[in-house]
Ligand binder design. Structure first.
Ligand code: MN
Length: 246
């Protein structure tokens, strides 16, 4: 049995205006390392939405799909106008990740999604997003602990989550109250049919979902790839995903 091939969509890095840097496709190394360390064969995927034949050829090689953090999903994907606080978007990445999720659903391939990943999963299923939690949810706590020079850690435990015990996530984390990092300014607003919430922040923001129809489709709003060394439950998210893909 070979190592399961895990597809990871990249993100467009625009070239500098007037500069000599061409447009690139990039992805953070930590995601790749977290998958590799549990036995996956990670595969970074180019963004070629206008070439479905090439994309399908790549998709067919995959055993599982990992959706990473990144820029905001374009609000047009869930039928909304852009809010002033909505950040940068990457329409090509939106297109490829939606194609990937359609492929996963059609083939039953496992999905593990983090941060932006839970958001695009919800949008793919027909749900919507808060384009900015602070601006749109008055009672919300702070969720946008993006690293700064004063607080540079991506593993900073920003808030707790309450895990729904009767869920795949609950069985993997093994605890009902879990501290997590929090580097997001958007979140699920209307939940898509076919998904159920499996964890909440203290302010009621949905922090995790899983599919009610697929075998293994887990999505979390925090960044477990930064916590695998300190929280065994976070590591189990990755090892169980790879086991499902193998
Ligand atoms: Mn959060």
């Amino acid at each position: 049995m070979g190592r399961p091939v895990i597809g990871i969509a990249t993100q467009t890095l625009p070239g500098k205006p007037g500069g000599d840097l061409p447009t690139c496709w990039i992805m953070g190394q930590r995601y790749v390392e977290s998958l590799r360390s549990v036995g996956a064969l990670p595969w970074l995927i180019p963004l070629l939405p206008d070439d479905p034949d090439t994309m399908r050829g790549i998709f067919d090689k995959l055993d599982g799909i990992f959706l990473t953090g990144g820029v905001d999903v374009d609000p047009s994907r869930y039928g909304e106008n852009r809010h002033p606080k909505c950040g940068a978007t990457d329409p090509d990445r939106d297109a490829i990740e939606l194609m990937l999720l359609e492929h996963a659903q059609a083939t039953g391939k496992p999905v593990l999604a983090v941060c932006r990943g839970i958001q695009i999963l919800n949008v793919a299923g027909g749900g919507t997003l808060y384009q900015d939690v602070t601006a749109m949810v008055p009672a919300a706590m702070k969720h946008d602990y993006f690293p700064t020079s004063a607080q540079p850690s991506r593993s900073y435990l920003a808030h707790e989550i309450t895990v729904v015990p009767d869920s795949l996530l609950g069985s993997l984390l093994g605890e009902s109250i879990v501290p997590v990092n929090s580097m997001h300014h958007q979140a699920i607003k209307d939940l898509a049919p076919g998904l159920k919430p499996t964890a909440y922040a203290p302010d009621g923001i949905i922090e995790a979902v899983e599919s009610t129809v697929s075998n293994f489709c887990i999505a979390v709003q925090w960044h477990p790839e930064e916590l695998t060394d300190t929280q065994p439950g976070m590591k189990r998210l990755f090892t169980s995903f790879i086991a499902a893909a193998a």
